[in-house]
Write a protein that binds this ligand. Structure first.
Ligand code: DC
Length: 216
């Protein structure tokens, strides 16, 4: 069984690339950011004070069905987890050790005995440090903001400048948090996609996984 991990900052294109790569290889795909977003949405919907870490931890440990709910994420929930309110608060929620312990365990369970591509911030460093192939996907802040702006221009009124500011804020939070900060995992191949198309990025990864001749 093979695990491929893709870590990197917000807006580097991890989800798009990971999904397509999994498709090409016939592997499962796990969007771990969606899991942190789902927990954040669940807390907001239950009107929990997100700064109250003890309460957040108690709720997660007490909720016996949370694990199963991830399997039932429908397209409506999928829209809700991308909302501005969730995006603004997910960094805080994902900085709590109880949240990370809960999700890391679940991510390892899901990956066990499966050919899978996972994307996130700590997959190659903490969740699956022995994964067969590890990538760190990045791009300039400006390019990441430009892509996000283009992606959400029909559904959101956020300006390019607002998105750029949010990307810089989230980078700082994700890279400087105490537990599992965003780092380049040991032995990961770094890909800077600032000047690469989606296809070129996937071809680079396939080149590493299958050997250069198969990366067409
Ligand atoms: O990839 P994304 O923007 O959907 O991720 C949402 C947030 O979740 C991001 O701000 C950092 C956090 N996250 C994390 O801490 N660890 C992961 N493995 C995935 C996401």
């Amino acid at each position: 069984m093979t695990a491929i991990t893709i870590d990197g900052p917000s807006g580097a294109g991890k989800s798009t690339i990971a999904k397509k790569l999994a498709n090409r290889l016939g592997y499962e795909y796990l969007d771990t950011g969606a899991m942190y977003r789902y927990i954040t949405l669940y807390l907001i919907n239950n009107k929990i004070d997100l700064t109250n870490k003890d309460l957040v931890c108690k709720l997660i440990q007490k909720n016996g069905t949370l694990k199963d709910e991830f399997k039932l994420l429908d397209s409506e929930t999928n829209m809700d987890i991308r909302s501005k309110q969730v995006t603004r608060n997910v960094s805080l929620v994902s900085s709590y050790d109880c949240v990370r312990t809960f999700l890391v365990e679940l991510q390892r369970e899901i990956s066990d005995n499966t050919d899978i591509v996972l994307d996130g911030r700590d997959i190659g460093s903490v969740v699956l440090p022995n994964a067969e192939f590890k990538f760190y996907l990045t791009a300039s802040e400006q390019e990441r903001a430009r892509r996000r702006h283009l992606q959400y221009k029909d559904s959101s009124s956020d300006t390019y400048e607002e998105i750029l500011k949010d990307i810089i804020r989230r980078d700082a939070y994700d890279m400087n948090r105490e537990i599992s900060p965003l780092v380049i995992p040991k032995n990961a191949t770094i890909i800077d996609s600032t000047d690469l198309t989606i296809k070129e990025t996937i071809d680079k990864m396939l080149g590493c996984i299958l050997g250069e001749n198969n990366a067409i």
